[in-house]
Design a binder for this molecule. Structure first.
Ligand code: OXT
Ligand code: ADP
Ligand code: MG
Length: 596
């Protein structure tokens, strides 16, 4: 239990010493304060790391947290600290903690909090705030803002603690809200005055809560499981879609058993890659555009029918038009009872935590489940092998200048040789090509832009991935994507993290070839400084910089980075004509309705 020096607790017998100092009498109790109570409450609940950025009113808090044995990872911008916290939450099932100052710091962290909520990552944004009385009367306090009100619509829950004796409850509520049910982001508002409040240390200790069973199991109903299994049994062309909820659930062995015992082909969503090795014979990833419209029964496990799955309808699913249902029956395994029917009818919702649901499904299918019809499996294998062969052909080419494929052929080998490494990935072409070219071999190793397709997660994710896993991290970054969090290379160097950042430098957003149609001096909005040397950036902080214009140079630099575990940034020069607008999601760009 942390205690504080001034021993003037309420109700205590206080007298003036001859020196004029206030002294407590001999039998006075120890006191604690808001700073220490927050730290103690976090520690009591097994939280060992804080990602944040110091300043008024939380500077001393960061010092005291470090002194108390918490790992405090300081960032250069709160958004990156927030992304770090959120992905730490995804990797550990414990809420990742992001700590910020008031108003602007809070707002900087808020994007990451909203992103965590959208992606179902458990995270708590703790922000210091200004004086309530002044904020509420809008009298112009230092960094005045009604943070609680602003955070509320963007997160799963938001709380404010005004009294030291309520800190235990506040932290407990925040933890439960973040990890129970569908995980998400929680905001905890701690006004500056709270930190300095003192109370009796013993009473303070008793006020803290060690949360029991923060993410209780949710067992699916037997009827729901039977309904799902019956539907699956009648399928001629069944398909399993694994989403990042399945990766989060850490039910890896049971998920693999379910897939293998049923023999059903599966499609991993981006962050579910590696849940089973991508080289698994039942993976239908390389036949995506064939299996989605063809399947008759689809079992979604921890995946939503949002835009990434074309809302479960339209041409992707064999529908006649963009809003037409393709005729599939859906089983949806999800912890949220409200998720089913969000886009199309779900014929068999199985509501519960994935661990419990998958084990119930496994028990129900028993040991003599018939494999799906051979025609279905053969048809998928044909498409898949054709696509893989085509890909292999492209990957074997060695064009000058290097393009996404020839560079990613190297990354693919390095990841294969280092399956423990985590892969962080953002960009448009840099994202989409990496997803389909680089196979993953273990669960929760691929971390990317997720549900929002958000740029800027790169360095925050990389820092947290290295801190949490202690494994090497490889970050494949579009040059635009990298720019959103690039200053955190200093953070990589400061903490000496084993992160190898590869910037796919094609001189711009999507491509580097756009021109200003007016012929004026400004370059086109998507174009950057040509031939930029991102590798020089990390050298400024003592990291290793490398410049790679060929696959051989890239391979050498990556191998050395993984071997040495030194923070490294490789500027990989990519053909500026190679990408497409928005990568694989070109069709989402609105086109002008105006006739030319
Ligand atoms: O079946 P078919 O034939 O279709 O083939 C598929 C698979 O079967 C096959 N495949 C394989 N073949 C062979 N072997 C193997 N192993 C294999 N595996 C798969 O490959 C194809 C493709 O497979 P995939 O990818 O699974 O299928 P598909 O159809 O693409 O899947 C659909 C989706 C939607 C699920 C998928 O495309 C997806 O997950 N997409 C995510 C897209 C996304 O989120 N993009 C990021 C956002 S783009 C844009 O918004 C950007 N911005 C704006 C911006 C953002 N985002 N954020 C903020 C805060 N501000 C602004 C910006 C600024 S991107 C961007 C920067 C871009 O510039 P950069 O420099 O960073 O990047 P570069 O583009 O590199 O320059
Ligand atoms: P993807 O983008 O990979 O398709 P989504 O983020 O859309 O994945 O979906 C994840 C789903 O997983 C969410 O609907 C969420 O409610 C669910 N989920 C998250 N954790 C669990 C869990 N432990 N048990 C069951 N469902 C979960
Ligand atoms: Mg680019």
């Amino acid at each position: 239990m942390g205690t504080v020096e001034p021993q003037v607790a309420s109700g205590q017998d206080v007298k003036m010493a001859s020196s004029g100092q206030i002294v407590a009498n001999a039998q006075s109790q120890e006191a604690t304060d808001g700073f220490h109570l927050v730290i103690d409450a976090l520690k009591l609940n097994g939280i060992d790391t804080i990602f944040g950025l110091p300043g008024i009113p939380i500077t001393d808090f960061t010092r005291m947290a470090q002194a108390a044995g918490l790992r405090v990872i300081s960032f250069r911008h709160e958004q990156n600290a927030g992304y770090a916290a959120s992905i730490a939450g995804f990797l550990t099932q414990k809420p990742g903690i992001c700590l910020t100052v008031s108003a602007p710091g809070f707002l900087n962290g808020l994007t990451a909090l909203a992103n965590a909520t959208t992606n179902c990552f458990p995270m708590i944004l703790i922000s210091g705030s200004s004086e309530r009385e002044i904020v509420d009367l809008q009298q112009g306090d230092y960094e005045e803002m009604d943070q609680l009100a602003i955070a509320k619509p963007l997160c799963k829950a938001a709380f404010r603690v005004l009294h030291a004796e309520d800190i235990g409850v506040g932290i407990a509520r925040a933890i439960r809200a973040a990890v129970s049910g569908r995980p998400g982001g929680v905001y905890l508002d701690l006004p500056a005055k709270l930190f300095a409040q003192t109370m009796d240390a013993e009473a303070g200790k008793k006020s803290l809560i060690k949360v029991v069973d923060p993410a209780p199991k949710q067992i699916p109903g037997a009827d729901a499981v039977k309904r799902a299994v019956d539907l699956l049994k009648g399928a001629k062309k069944p398909l399993i879609v694994l989403g990042k909820g399945a990766a989060y659930a850490q039910a890896d062995a049971d998920i693999r058993a379910l897939v293998e015992k049923t023999g059903i082909p599966y499609l991993p969503m981006s962050m579910a890659k590696g849940l089973l090795p991508d080289t698994h014979e039942q993976s239908a990833a390389a036949a995506r555009s064939y299996v989605l419209p063809e399947a008759d029964v689809v079992m979604l496990i921890g995946a939503r029918l949002n835009w990434l799955l074309s809302h479960g309808k339209g041409k992707t699913w064999g529908g006649k038009d963009h809003k037409d249902w393709g005729g599939q029956k859906f089983i949806q395994v999800d912890i949220s009872p409200q998720e089913a029917d969000s886009n199309v009818r779900i014929d068999a919702p199985v509501v519960g935590d994935i661990g419990s649901c998958v084990s119930a499904l496994l028990a129900s299918i028993g040991s003599s489940w018939p494999k799906p019809p051979a025609e279905w499996l053969t048809a998928i294998a044909e498409r898949k092998n054709k696509n893989i062969a085509k890909m292999a052909e492209t990957l074997a080419k060695n064009p000058t200048p290097m393009n996404f494929h020839s560079a990613l052929n190297v990354v693919r080998d390095i990841v294969k040789a280092n399956p423990d490494a985590l892969l962080v990935n953002e960009g448009a072409n840099a994202l989409d090509f990496t997803r389909s070219i680089v196979d993953m071999y273990q669960p929760r190793k691929r971390l990317d832009v997720g549900t929002w397709g958000v740029m800027g997660i790169g360095m925050g994710f990389a820092v947290a991935a290295a801190v949490v896993s202690k494994q090497p991290v490889i970050a494949i970054e579009g040059d635009s994507a990298f720019g959103f969090s690039g200053m955190e290379v200093e953070t990589l160097c400061r903490y000496n993290l084993p992160v190898c950042v590869v910037v796919f430098n094609n001189n711009g957003v999507y491509r580097g070839t756009d021109v200003n149609p007016t012929g004026g001096p400004d370059v086109a909005p998507t174009v950057f400084v040509k031939g930029a040397r991102y590798d020089k950036l990390i050298e400024a902080f003592g990291g290793v910089g490398a410049h790679a214009t060929t696959p051989a140079e890239l391979r050498k630099a990556m191998e050395e980075a993984v071997r040495s575990r030194k923070p490294t940034l490789i500027n990989a020069v990519i053909d500026e004509t190679a990408g497409t607008e928005s990568g694989r999601i070109t069709s989402l760009n609105p086109t002008s309705g105006k006739k030319k």
